[in-house]
Design a protein around this ligand. Structure first.
Ligand SMILES: Nc1ncnc2c1ncn2[C@@H]1O[C@H](COP(=O)(O)OP(=O)(O)OP(=O)(O)O)[C@@H](O)[C@H]1O
Length: 304
């Protein structure tokens, strides 16, 4: 069984009289990529800053590989690699010099390990160029390389794909998945790019007003029990009667009826339609995108 890499227990943060984080509980296993999403001001950065020790907790605890950041900070922190806000890089030094500079700060990070992370993030060709000349994508990759130098069990990335073009986003996504699968690293990513989260993460937590209001596996069909289904029928009015009898919500009433129902009720509804002589041409479940779910859960709050 994989070990729990990160555990948040009733984590709270009060600034002045305002409770910004209201008791967050979550855990991330080794080898798991966890997306932490929420509208602006929901509390993502505050939570991350507490996990990495940049801000004190006002309540609860954070454990990394079982070590508390409150009572065992040094032991807990050595298992974290993070990019919070922008990665700190020296523009007048080459990529190689930057990494060697950080490698010296950790015990046991060899030259071979530096070479390994460079190839993992695909920076071999530019590693001897000055970082000042790097594109944003290259800088992000170097930032990730720096964060994983000491082989942390937990990698935390705050908006890692911010400002990257689609090709850059794809590359970062691939490195992150590789890290989780090959090196068993637990990764926590905060982002507002929901489509990215869907492709990159195993599980997501949605945070709103300082609380995790929903947590779900990204590819778990069982969490999609309430579906939107498109019914293509010839006799709309008769079909509507069937749906109304069953107290189902009809969302759209053009030539196609979009109805919300549980997956296991589909056969029954189709049977009723046929019994009422409705000619059914098609029944298509629409997989609600994460964005739909997110907007539904946050009551339509607009995200960037
Ligand atoms: N030092 C502070 N003093 C007072 N309020 C603060 C402070 N830092 C953060 N806040 C408030 O806490 C809430 C959460 O902010 P936070 O930056 O954690 O949100 P976020 O989810 O990361 O948002 P964004 O996506 O915009 O970065 C916001 O309402 C913010 O105004």
């Amino acid at each position: 069984m994989s070990q729990v890499a990160l555990e948040l227990k009733d984590v709270k943060k009060k600034i002045g009289k305002k409770e910004i984080i209201k008791g967050i509980n979550l855990s991330i296993n080794q080898g798991e990529v966890y997306g932490f999403i929420g509208p602006n001001g929901a509390g993502k950065t505050t939570t991350i800053r507490m996990i990495v020790g940049l801000m004190r907790l006002t309540g609860g605890d954070v454990k990394i590989l079982g070590k508390s950041i409150q009572s065992d900070y040094k032991l807990a922190a050595k298992n974290i690699g993070a990019i919070v806000e922008n990665p700190e890089l020296y523009p007048f030094m080459t990529g190689w010099q930057n990494l060697m500079h950080y490698a010296r700060m950790y015990q046991g990070v060899t030259k071979e390990r530096v070479e390994e992370v460079i190839s993992l993030v695909g920076l071999e060709k530019v590693v001897n160029d000055k970082v000042g000349k790097y594109s944003l994508g290259m800088r992000q990759r170097l930032g990730i390389a720096q964060a994983i130098l000491h082989k942390p069990a937990l990698l935390i990335l705050d908006e890692p794909t911010n400002g990257l073009d689609p090709a850059g986003i794809r590359e970062i996504r691939d490195y992150i998945r590789e890290l989780a699968v090959k090196d068993n690293v637990a990764v926590m990513i905060s982002s507002h790019l929901l489509s990215e989260i869907e492709l990159m993460c195993d599980r997501i937590g949605i945070i709103q007003q300082g609380e995790v209001i929903s947590e779900r596996a990204v590819h778990d069909e069982s969490t999609d029990s309430q579906l939107k289904v498109i019914f293509e029928v010839k006799q709309n009015d008769k079909a509507q009667e069937v749906f109304e009898e069953k107290e189902l919500t009809i969302e759209k009433e053009s030539n196609k009826l979009i109805v919300k129902l549980d997956r296991e009720d589909i056969p029954n509804v189709v049977k009723s339609l046929i019994e009422k002589d409705v000619e059914v041409y098609g029944v298509t479940p629409i997989k609600a995108t994460l964005e739909d779910q997110f907007l539904e859960l946050t009551g339509g709050n607009v995200i960037e």
